[in-house]
Design a protein around this ligand. Structure first.
Ligand SMILES: Cc1cc2nc3c(=O)[nH]c(=O)nc-3n(C[C@H](O)[C@H](O)[C@H](O)COP(=O)(O)OP(=O)(O)OC[C@H]3O[C@@H](n4cnc5c(N)ncnc54)[C@H](O)[C@@H]3O)c2cc1C
Length: 274
């Protein structure tokens, strides 16, 4: 509910079907990519990038992964496989979004064609059984200003990035923590609402900025720029550097730190010596 330009609560239906009205000093929109709250309050958008990638995934039985995650990017397409529960393996294949119209004419055919680009894996998949239908995914990349009069946004409602780096759940938890602290400061009178929330906003954007760019670069499925390729070649076989690369992909260190010139120089030099 918006009154005089300010969010003042929500109107909805209870799970038994009856109408519900709740008034609140702050409405928190933690309601995902299709956020109803964001739609109502129309926040400023910035640093938007179009949908870059479309992918389809399904689950297979009889596809041993030996506890490993595997990923292949070939000829502008790619796929990844990860063991999940009950002996099932999730295999996701993706294409640049520009090819979506073509690819969706034959999802299974294109999915299998992409996997055939890694013949040894394709042989293993050939022995496996598909246990679920194909599910598609393609998401936009955006930042939204996460606060305004009477409202705040958390998680995908306020910031979304392609799924290729798998950062969204951690990002949402980080937002929830930062936002809870800001709400506490505002409610306790330690800071005015706008000041507390602008700190939340700044902290969110600073933390994710480098990963956003890295994610959007990967989501094009194009080869990385030459200097990055050289760097990846340089760290191949260097266990400490590869561990750091894994940490960056897990989101526990920022690409800004990993790709910092002093880190790149140190790791490249270590490779030169080995
Ligand atoms: C294909 C794909 C793969 C992904 N893989 C990964 C991955 O491997 N790792 C990772 O970290 N992230 C991944 N993500 C991203 C991740 O799923 C999201 O970033 C994360 O779930 C965002 O959390 P959230 O709480 O902001 O939103 P959501 O998880 O979308 O939760 C929003 C909740 O709000 C509820 N809701 C919506 N509207 C209303 C309403 N009007 N009233 C009441 N409730 C409402 C919804 O039912 C939902 O429960 C992936 C995304 C996609 C599309």
């Amino acid at each position: 509910m918006i009154e005089d330009g300010r969010a003042v609560g929500i109107k909805g239906r209870s799970k038994h079907g009856g109408p519900v009205t709740e008034r609140a000093e702050i409405v928190v929109g933690a309601d995902g990519r299709h956020s109803f709250v964001a739609e109502a309050v129309r926040p400023e958008h910035y640093d938007e990038k179009p949908i870059l990638l479309v992918a389809y995934y399904t689950y297979w039985s009889g596809l041993p992964m030996f506890g490993k995650f595997e990923q292949y990017i070939r000829d502008g397409t790619g796929f990844a496989a990860a063991p999940t529960h009950d002996g099932l393996t999730m295999v996701i294949a993706g294409w640049p979004y520009a090819r979506f119209d073509d690819c969706r004419k034959d999802i299974e055919g294109n999915y299998l064609k992409t996997i055939a680009l890694a013949p040894a894996f394709a042989d293993r998949l050939h022995e496996a059984k598909r246990e679920a239908r194909f599910t598609g995914a393609a998401v936009p990349n955006y930042f939204r200003k996460p606060y305004g009069p009477g409202w705040v946004l958390v998680g995908d409602a306020g910031y979304n990035r392609d799924f290729i780096t798998g950062q969204g759940i951690m990002d949402a938890f980080h937002d929830a923590g930062l936002c809870a602290v800001a709400i506490d400061r505002a409610f306790s009178g330690a800071q005015p609402f706008d000041v507390a929330m602008s700190e939340y906003h700044r902290a969110r954007d600073t933390r994710v900025a480098a990963m956003y760019e890295f994610t959007c670069m990967l989501a094009t499925l194009e080869p990385p720029p030459p200097d990055m390729q050289h760097f990846f070649g340089a760290i191949h076989g260097n266990q400490r550097a590869m561990d750091a690369f894994a940490r960056m992909n897990a989101g526990t260190i920022s690409p800004a730190e990993f790709f910092a010139p002093e880190n790149v120089n140190a790791m490249t030099a270590a490779w030169g010596r080995s």
